[in-house]
Design a protein around this ligand. Structure first.
Ligand code: HEM
Length: 181
């Protein structure tokens, strides 16, 4: 695993989410999305001229989920329905960028509050896009289970070995350094 992806800066991590740091998280994440060779072109195509609106909406969305601000009024499924050219690799990359951006900015107890809903919503978006028979990648299932254990304090999180795939923040929840490869 590339350790550089896990720590984007030396800034101390936030112990708790607040409106200012949620906004900063959203900006940092979409900056990385915009720079990404796989995702960047899709977002450029969809959001040119509307980036400010999107960042404001996503700040409201995450604040609603994590801070309980209840301001978000949208339909996440509907918003993604027009995107016809999305493949499993796009979800893997979106999650990799998001989870690693969160991991770099929040201490574990706060980070989990973003990571779990991101993985759950990603699962439901993938099932609606690719069909109900689509098999959600094991790494996503396993990470969600490990995050739940971390949040509930049950068991030592233990992730299975992953030879390839996107660099999810396995070290954050598991024993990344002890795994082979
Ligand atoms: C393949 C991965 C993804 C791609 C390419 C993608 C792309 C987009 C795009 C282009 C929009 C703007 C739609 C518009 O205003 O025209 C959008 C909106 C949004 N996305 Fe995603 N997205 C992805 C995954 C996710 C995931 C996993 C989440 C889970 C948190 C998410 C949450 C949202 C939300 C909340 C909105 C705003 C919906 C609204 O208009 O109310 N997206 N996404």
């Amino acid at each position: 695993m590339n350790q550089e992806t896990l720590h984007e800066s030396a800034t101390p991590r936030h112990a708790e989410a607040d409106e200012a740091n949620v906004r900063a998280l959203v900006e940092a994440f979409y900056h990385r999305v915009d720079d990404d060779p796989l995702l960047g072109p899709i977002f450029t195509r969809e959001l040119t001229g509307r980036w400010d609106e999107h960042l404001a909406k996503m700040t409201t969305f995450w604040s609603s989920l994590v801070l309980g601000s209840k301001q978000y009024r949208g339909n996440v499924q509907e918003a993604h329905r027009p995107l016809g050219d999305i493949e499993p690799q796009h979800f893997a990359r979106w999650l990799s960028l998001f989870l690693n951006t969160v991991e770099a900015r929040y201490e574990p107890a706060a980070a989990v509050l973003f990571m779990e809903p991101a993985l759950r919503i990603a699962q439901s978006l993938q099932l609606s896009k690719f069909g109900w028979d689509y098999k959600i990648p094991d790494e996503q299932i396993d990470l969600l289970a490990a995050l739940k254990r971390l949040r509930t304090g049950k068991d030592e999180p233990e992730l299975p070995a992953r030879a390839d795939g996107e660099p999810f923040p396995a070290k954050f929840v598991g024993k990344g350094t002890e795994r082979p490869g």
